[in-house]
Design a protein around this ligand. Structure first.
Ligand code: PGA
Length: 251
């Protein structure tokens, strides 16, 4: 399986900064990217085309979006459709990132609506799931992942191409905190995710990428990426500087 190294820039970078960081990253990592790896840059909407410019010509580099609205067009002030993202040069999009669930109040059902809509519109979708610290402490890891994944995939066709959908396991308590989940915690959660994917997709679940996210850094990336059922990483803070992120993708 081709491992995916995704840079979630969140609400950072102007167009000029995005173009420059993307170009720097391509310069540092494109020629030496190991076989079986690809890189995805996920800037804010306004900088998607600038990031596309920045990576021009870099093999196995892609650009994605952090969010979208599940409709083709219409009276949805402030929102952006999948077709607009494809038009701007994004091939991928996230759904259900914890900041959208917990800061912006998105429900499991809405995340599911977006996931199915984005796939049908031709985006590759990365559905993000993960438990809060109080849920983990209450022994609810499996229940939370089950609920989020069943709802997230509810309207996704079972014959969806395995390379069109990915999952990202991001424990909320590890995002932006410097607290990385330990190897045993990551392996346990990713095995649960793989099992839930099998419920939906059968044998094809084995070909669906499961990314880990939450305080991935240059010095822990190699260990994380080598764990069972870890098919990539979704990186926030350590993806903002080309130098740091190049050390992750080359780890
Ligand atoms: P972090 O963010 O790497 O800064 O913890 C990960 C994410 O939110 O995708």
């Amino acid at each position: 399986m081709i491992k995916l190294f995704a840079a979630n820039w969140k609400m950072h970078k102007t167009r000029a900064e995005a173009r420059q960081t993307a170009a720097e990253l391509a310069k540092l990592a494109a020629a030496t990217l190991p076989q079986g790896r690809e890189v995805l840059i996920i800037p804010p909407f306004t900088a998607i085309d600038a990031a596309v410019d920045g990576i021009a010509g870099a093999k196995n580099f892609h650009v994605g979006a952090q969010d979208f609205y599940p409709a083709t067009h219409g009276a949805f002030t402030g929102e952006v459709s999948p077709a607009m993202l494809l038009d701007a040069g994004a091939a991928y999009a996230l759904t259900g990132h914890s900041e959208r669930r917990h800061v912006l109040g998105e429900s499991d059902a809405f995340v599911g609506q977006k996931t199915a809509f984005g796939l049908a519109a031709g985006l590759k979708v990365i559905l993000c799931v993960g438990e809060k610290i109080e849920e983990r402490q209450a022994g609810q890891l499996q229940a939370v992942l089950t609920r989020q994944i069943r709802a997230g995939l509810a309207d996704v066709p079972a014959d969806t191409a395995p390379d069109a959908i990915s999952l990202a396991y991001e424990p909320v308590w590890a995002i932006g905190t410097g607290l990385v989940a330990g190897p045993a915690e990551i392996v346990e959660a990713h095995a649960l995710v793989r099992g839930l994917l099998a419920e939906k997709f059968g044998a094809a679940a084995g070909e669906i990428r499961i990314l880990y996210g939450g305080s991935v850094k240059p010095d822990n990336a190699a260990e994380i990426i080598a764990l069972d059922n870890v098919d990539g990483v979704l990186v926030g803070g350590a993806s903002l500087k080309a130098d740091d992120f190049s050390r992750i993708v080359l780890a």
